[in-house]
Design a protein around this ligand. Structure first.
Ligand SMILES: *Cc1c(COP(=O)(O)O)cnc(C)c1O
Length: 548
């Protein structure tokens, strides 16, 4: 049955001895849900509410909302006459309403279940989860930057265009390249942009029909082969050898008149600088192909090495990694692509052109003297991220950016040195760049897996490291502390992992295989969640009907 508010009644029937008696349908049902949710997490101390101390269980809006409530009080208008010619909605819309304080609590509670770089060390390798300086946020919120509209006349946004021009020049200088396409909105989008520029260059040479193979090392991020395949290239893998490096002989062996490009990550996803990168670039160029560099790991070498000096033709830069703009749910990504002299003419529109007294946004390929391959985005890209990235660059200065890279590398090596006696390094105990890669050989015969270690880290209050990537290493654990962690923070992280490693080796399997014990949710059936996701809330069946 439906209750007064037109929503299904609580599924449980409550007896007089039930402490929930008299709570009202909705509260009782929520409390029942909370108990069920908590039952699996509260261990030997289940609580009545399901809350765990001050950590609140938070149901869905649909479960706590009511249809007769909204955050605003508006009187029904007098003499209201619909003007939609009978097309207006006849039924209630069915969205749950909450009062303002309830809404506030809902979202604040959810936010408290979140783990982010502002709560603790975030060791996700390959992601560069560094501190997002509040200064950058403040700059991005200056009304002159935050309130501009992409369709405003160019004469009214000269400052914004100047900022884009300056950011572009910094990126070109840091990489020693010729041109930059700012508009791509993430690393993967930047890969697409760079590879489309390569494709355009190949087609301009009349080799479009014959050069259709892209070499991609086994250790590459999945976005690399996906990008190449998406625009019609055939992907040919190149092995990463036992030392974690791509060898020039293995590249040469695969080179021919059919090869359009190589997509190489440097520093690579094993956390190592590719020592043969310059030779590989030469071999690629000698064969008439292009060198796309995945620049996601640029944080390790800013101010130390310039990709242009290594023979790179195109490279994306994840502003949300290297230049500290927020990631994922915290903000949109931004993946500018720098291009070599050979590819610069093919840079997509729009781009900023600095005139004598003003800046211009070149919007149409026909307005460009060059040969833009097209456009990647409707407008010019992520303005807010440009402001944050430039703010990061200006506040660090060239010496500060160089030091950030040095500190990021130092921190990763500090973790490597602190764990090398207990955890196994697949490529020997040699220095790493900004991230350190362990495999799972140290877990042999313990009955504990990489996944179990990750879950046990959650109990210890840490976001897990990147796991099972790169694929070239068995049970990979890729740890990137970034430069913004203190020595004390690294020491605690190392001590925590040492404690876990010793527990695994001493046979305390339960600490791992049952973990996480303390998280709001225990182990999820991730396969089922991915294969058959429940994306729509359906009201619970009204089972109390028969009883009344
Ligand atoms: C993060 C990353 C990418 C993709 O970047 P997004 O901004 O997530 O699209 C590509 N390659 C490597 C090595 C990365 O770490």
């Amino acid at each position: 049955m439906l209750n007064r508010q037109g929503r299904p009644s609580a599924p449980q029937a409550h007896g007089v001895s039930d402490p929930a008696a008299g709570m009202g349908d909705q509260a009782a049902r929520l409390q029942g849900d909370a108990n069920r949710a908590a039952g699996s997490t509260a261990g030997s101390h289940p609580t009545f509410t399901g809350n765990k101390a001050l950590a609140q269980i938070e149901p869905l809006l649909f479960e706590i909302g009511r249809y007769d409530t909204t955050g605003v009080d508006l009187d029904e208008p007098e003499d209201f006459k619909p003007r939609l010619g009978g097309l207006e909605r006849k039924e209630p819309i069915g969205l749950p309403g909450l009062s303002e304080p309830e809404t506030m609590r809902h979202y604040v509670r959810l936010s408290q279940q979140n783990y982010g770089i502002d709560t603790g060390l975030f060791p996700l390798g390959s992601c560069t989860m560094k501190h997002n300086a509040r200064l950058n946020e403040r700059m991005a919120r200056l009304p002159g930057f935050s309130d501009v509209h992409p369709l405003q006349p160019v004469s009214t946004v000269q400052g914004a265009l100047e900022l884009m021009d300056e950011l572009g020049r910094y990126l070109i200088t840091l990489t020693n390249m010729t041109a930059v396409a700012l508009s791509p909105k993430a690393g993967a989008h930047g890969e697409l942009c760079g590879m489309m520029a390569i494709k355009a260059a190949i087609e301009a040479k009349g080799e479009g029909a014959t050069r259709n193979v892209v070499l991609v090392p086994d250790s590459a991020h999945g976005t690399n082969p996906a990008t190449a395949a998406l625009i019609g290239f055939k992907v040919k893998p190149v092995p990463a050898r036992e030392d974690g490096w791509v060898h020039v002989e293995d590249v040469k062996e695969r080179l021919g008149p059919d090869v359009a490009a190589i997509m190489l990550t440097n520093p690579n996803t094993c956390g190592l600088f590719e020592p043969q990168v310059a030779e590989i670039a030469k071999a690629i160029h000698d064969a008439g192909a292009y060198f796309y560099c995945d620049g996601a790991n640029f944080n390790a070498i800013v101010g130390k090495a310039k990709p242009g000096d290594l023979g790179v033709d195109a490279m994306h830069i994840n502003l949300h990694k290297t230049f500290s703009t927020p990631h994922g749910g915290g903000g949109p990504g931004s993946g500018p692509v720098v291009l070599s002299e050979r590819l610069a003419p093919f840079a997509p529109v729009p781009f900023v052109r600095a005139g004598k007294d003003s800046f211009e946004l070149v919007e149409q390929a026909s307005d460009a003297a060059e040969k833009p391959f097209g456009r990647m985005t409707a407008f010019h890209g992520q303005m807010g991220m440009y402001v944050r990235a430039l703010s990061y660059m200006l506040s660090h200065g060239s010496d500060g950016m160089k030091q950030a890279s040095e500190d990021a590398v130092l921190n990763a090596n500090y973790i490597r040195a602190g764990l090398a006696d207990l955890m196994s390094l697949p490529f020997g105990n040699k220095p790493c760049m900004h991230e350190v890669l362990f495999d799972d050989a140290w877990l042999k015969d313990t009955g504990v897996t990489t996944l179990d270690v990750a879950k046990a880290m959650i109990d210890e209050g840490y976001h897990p490291m990147t796991m099972y990537f790169p694929l070239v290493v068995h049970g990979a654990m890729l740890i990137e502390p970034t430069e913004s962690e203190s020595k004390a923070s690294l020491d605690l992280f190392i001590a925590m992992l040492r404690d876990l490693a010793m527990a695994a080796k001493n046979g305390d399997k339960e600490r791992f295989t049952g973990a996480p014990y303390h998280a709001p949710r225990r182990r999820l059936d991730e396969t089922r969640a991915a294969r058959s996701p429940v994306l729509k809330w359906t009201p619970p069946a009204p089972v109390a009907e028969a009883a009344e």
